[in-house]
Design a protein around this ligand. Structure first.
Ligand SMILES: [Zn+2]
Length: 490
């Protein structure tokens, strides 16, 4: 079906040159080419979209319609079309390549939008608005950019004419939360999902288990305390909601350390000499984790699974008869070898589900030789960089989450530090090995205002993860202040 927008159009928009406002988009697009004039929204503006196989483009169209209505009060009509004849006053949302753009635009951009990676998009505001994502996520991000461009003058609500060509620097753009220590109900998580997706972040990492509590409600094991856990139904709804915002939930079950809550309920999988560490010697431990993974993996369709593996009191293993027996059987002389053995075995359990394991990396010498190089190393220590080259050269992938400045709950460093080179050893020396960036909100500080700290800073994290700037410029400061204010009003 062909749609002739001319029938619907009432006001011609992109017209005379004007002293246009500079867009205040966060995160910064790769490339903006300014045009002249404005596209004015009115009640005859229509959204057209080309349906994709799985219908996910409808999510972008729905978000566009809803947010325009909330912001302007204008209710825009949307219609699915196969072929498009754009005249004016249309907003077209599609996925595809430059060749697939409507007649007149195909080829106009000299292949500049040909090689956009996942999440990349092309946005053109002229007599019509065209958003073309390299994939569904790209179309969604194009919509997010457009929504940040909306402005108002004496004529009405409008978008400045321009072309934006954009794609993310990193595939993993994460914010972490710690419900095991500071339980958060579904509404809070949904609020953060909405905020994160508006700024093109795509991973919510949830630290579900720790000493204080285990927050995944199991049907097979007694692990939780009342009122502080997520039911299977909660998980289903959360993952669905996140998926609708192009956000992957990365679950974390932190083992073998940080396991006091687990050991309280199931001492049979913990060392006899300790109450907070899983026994690396007993087979029961591995079959318990296998069971738990089988139970929960189906709820998390994303490609990543985090197993913690941090701050392990390995000395406890050195006093446990079962761990000592395992070491003897394997010919280990050091509990650190037992640590690598444990992580590799748990990684094998994760891999059975077709997922990639992430660990909090502690820079243990021997990582490059002893750990499966498919394990993603989340680097949270500042300094301690001497083991980075061997691991990077072995082909490990990294997530940069340096304590300073990205532990937002703990750091008192200024927000400007989020961009600074000196904190990102892997990104500086081995940029090709970096999967992404993650900031962390831990729950082990009683008195801190999460919203007050996190809500503005998440803007800088989003900028770093999407555009990877090394400097907090005066221009970014202006945008940061503006969006901080908008977030406080949400
Ligand atoms: Zn043991």
């Amino acid at each position: 079906m062909k749609i002739f927008c001319v029938l619907l159009a009432a006001v011609l928009s992109c017209g005379p040159a004007y002293a246009g406002r500079k867009p205040d988009v966060i995160p910064s697009p790769r490339r903006i080419i300014y045009g002249t004039g404005e596209f004015y929204l009115n009640k005859n503006t229509v959204i057209l979209y080309r349906p994709t196989g799985d219908g996910k483009i409808g999510l972008s169209v729905g978000a566009l319609k809803r947010r325009i209505r909330e912001r302007t009060g204008i209710d825009i009509f949307a219609e699915a079309v196969q072929e498009v004849d754009l005249v004016y006053n249309c907003i077209l949302v599609m996925t595809g390549t430059e060749e697939e753009l409507p007649a007149g635009l195909s080829g106009k951009y000299g292949g500049k939008i040909k090689d956009l990676g996942s999440g990349g998009y092309f946005l053109n505001v002229d007599n019509n608005i065209i958003i073309c994502g390299s994939d569904d996520a790209g179309a969604f991000y194009g919509v997010q950019t457009l929504l940040q461009l909306i402005g108002r003058d004496e004529t009405g609500w409008s978008f400045r004419c321009m072309t934006v060509i954009d794609e993310p620097e990193f595939t993993y753009r994460a914010q972490h939360f710690d419900p095991a220590r500071q339980f958060r109900d579904m509404d809070v998580l949904r609020k953060y999902i909405r905020i994160m997706s508006a700024y093109k972040m795509n991973v919510m990492h949830l630290h579900f288990t720790d000493d204080q509590s285990w927050t995944l409600g199991s049907s097979n094991y007694d692990l939780t305390v009342p009122g502080r856990f997520y039911t299977k139904d909660d998980l289903k709804r959360l993952v669905w909601y996140a998926g609708n915002h192009f956000i992957t939930i990365v679950p974390e079950i932190d083992v073998p350390g940080h396991s006091r809550a687990l050991c309280r309920h199931h001492p049979e999988v913990c060392c006899s000499g300790g109450t907070n560490i899983l026994c690396a010697g007993r087979e029961e431990t591995y079959s318990f984790l296998d069971d738990i993974f089988r139970e929960f993996m189906p709820y998390f369709p994303g490609e990543y699974f985090h197993i913690g593996a941090d701050e392990v009191a390995r000395k406890t293993w050195g006093r446990c008869p079962d761990c000592l027996a395992r070491m003897k059987a394997e010919g280990f002389t050091d509990v650190t070898e037992l640590y690598f053995y444990f992580v590799n075995r748990v990684n094998e359990l994760v891999k059975q589900h077709g997922k990639r394991t992430i660990i909090w990396w502690e820079h243990l010498p021997g990582t490059a030789e002893k750990l499966d190089s498919g394990i993603i190393l989340e680097k949270w220590h500042n300094g301690r960089e001497d083991t980075v080259p061997a691991a990077a050269e072995k082909g490990f992938r990294f997530i940069e989450a340096p304590y300073h400045p990205l532990y937002l709950s703990h750091t008192d460093k200024p927000v400007e530090d989020i961009f600074k080179k000196k904190y990102y050893a892997v990104l500086r020396e081995y940029p090709g090995s970096v999967e992404g960036i993650s900031s962390c909100s831990w729950g082990d500080r009683d008195e801190w205002g999460e919203d007050e700290v996190l809500l503005p800073r998440i803007l800088a994290v989003a900028e770093k993860a999407w555009a990877n700037p090394w400097k907090f410029t005066h221009r970014f400061r202006k945008r940061y202040d503006k969006h901080s204010k908008l977030l406080q009003e949400r």
